[in-house]
Design a protein around this ligand. Structure first.
Ligand code: NDP
Ligand code: MG
Length: 396
């Protein structure tokens, strides 16, 4: 049987998820065509990708980068170069594409991801920040358009694989009592609290198991990534933090688990390689080769589990609290975190300042009902403003 050809728009093409996606696509020329590639400012990387994948469109969010890319490609490349958020939203909603990989990092991904959702695409969601910011409205838009939302974050993809497809958003009907969300614990899992203040961005980005972009690497080190994922799981699977228990599992082989009323616990295992969830989403409900090394459990030998240390890593608790406050609180948490992480990566604040900045911003920004995307974007910019003031005061 020949497979249906999927036409893919890839948002965040030059990043870690973007390149892993293209690696899977490259292995299946009979299944996938790249319709559009999009990134922010790395025009040289984009040129290389355009020459290999020959998309109909290439988008650079940064207009100057779009000009450079147009010059690099020259006339006759067959690739039309677009710019800015309008260009991102255009390719995300283009009727000629049926599948959109949402892999832009941070809040910048929300508008184009939403454009894909509203256009009823199969949306492969890596950009967890979009869902954290606007969960209720985002899921409402999914229901309204009939978009097919498939989780790419490895934990959420694992949970998705362990759920009966008919009950992904009705855990009670499926007889599910608990989600066991696994976490690697990051590079500082065993570091004493008094040493965390002096860790460098390079140390924070040296993740023991996963090779990822710098922002998510810092989030993994602070456990904010698990906090964002807790919120992400609540929206995706229509549940609340009371039904989710974070399990630190340093081997990163079990990508998460689901507990059923009869005591069964189903887990999804695999090498820590994002090509597995990406291939799962691209081909769902079929299975395709992802180029991932087979799991060698004899070489791994043992699995370990521990509770997260909420004292040393306050970000996880801050995220849970923001979710329970509801409204615009998670958008504020996300904005403050993005600003604090960027400042840490630039060497302007210490690693341990990240939760302090977030907490201050959360305290000073009143929670509003998240009743429109405009309200969410307004709170996002307000929170960033406050975070920048806080960063100036905190600066080392
Ligand atoms: P990277 O930093 O490696 O890549 C980010 C991508 O987004 C790049 O293509 C970048 O373009 C693009 N980008 C950044 N800002 C903008 C913007 N304003 N407009 C358009 N494009 C933009 O990140 P990752 O691939 O690691 O992560 C991407 C998303 O996936 C994040 O939300 C992350 O949380 C999530 N995720 C990642 C995992 C991983 O293993 N990496 C695992 C699970 C989730 P340019 O190169 O031009 O700057
Ligand atoms: Mg994850």
């Amino acid at each position: 049987m020949t497979a249906v050809i999927r036409h893919v728009t890839l948002l965040g093409a030059t990043g870690s998820i973007g390149l892993s996606t293209l690696d899977v696509v490259r292995r299946h020329p009979d299944r996938f065509r790249v319709h559009a590639l999009a990134a922010s400012s790395r025009d040289a990387d984009m040129e290389t990708l355009c020459r290999e994948f020959l998309p109909r469109y290439a988008v650079m969010a940064d207009p100057d980068a779009a000009v450079r890319l147009r010059e690099r490609l020259g006339a006759g490349s067959g690739v039309e170069v677009l710019a800015g958020v309008d260009g991102l939203c255009q390719v995300a909603s283009d009727p000629a594409a049926d599948t959109v990989m949402a892999a832009i990092v941070g809040a910048a991904g929300l508008s184009p991801t939403l454009a894909a959702v509203r256009a009823g695409k199969r949306v492969l969601l890596a950009n967890k920040e979009a869902l954290v910011m606007s969960g209720g409205l985002f899921m409402e838009a999914v229901r309204h358009s009939g978009a097919e939302l498939l989780p790419i974050d490895s934990e959420h993809n694992a949970i998705f694989q362990c759920l009966p497809p008919a009950h992904v958003r009705n855990l009670r009907a499926a007889g599910i009592t608990r989600i066991l969300l696994t976490a690697s614990g990051g590079p500082f899992r065993n570091m004493p609290a008094d040493q965390l203040a002096t860790v460098t961005p390079e140390q924070a980005c040296a993740h023991p198991n996963w090779a990822m972009g710098r922002k998510i690497s810092v989030d993994s080190a602070s456990l904010m990534n698990k906090g964002l994922e807790l919120i992400e799981a609540c929206w995706l699977f229509n549940t609340d933090p009371g039904n989710i228990e974070v399990h630190v599992h340093p081997e990163s082989i079990i990508h998460s688990m689901v507990e059923y009323a009869d005591g069964s616990v189903l887990a999804q295992l695999g090498s820590p390689d994002m090509r597995t969830p990406i291939a799962n989403g691209l081909a769902w409900p079929e299975r395709i080769d992802a180029g991932v090394a087979p799991l060698d459990l004899f070489a791994i030998g043992r699995f370990h589990f521990e509770r997260p240390d909420m004292q040393r890593f306050p970000c996880l608790g801050l995220a849970a609290e923001a979710f329970s406050q509801g409204g615009t609180a998670p958008a504020v948490l996300n904005a403050a975190n993005e600003e604090a992480v960027a400042a840490f990566l630039q060497g302007r604040v210490r690693f341990t300042d990240i939760p302090v900045i977030i907490e201050q911003v959360l305290c000073r920004t009143p929670v509003a009902p998240a009743d429109s995307f405009d309200t969410i974007f307004a709170r996002d910019s307000e929170a960033r403003q406050r975070a920048r003031e806080q960063i100036r005061q905190q600066a080392v």
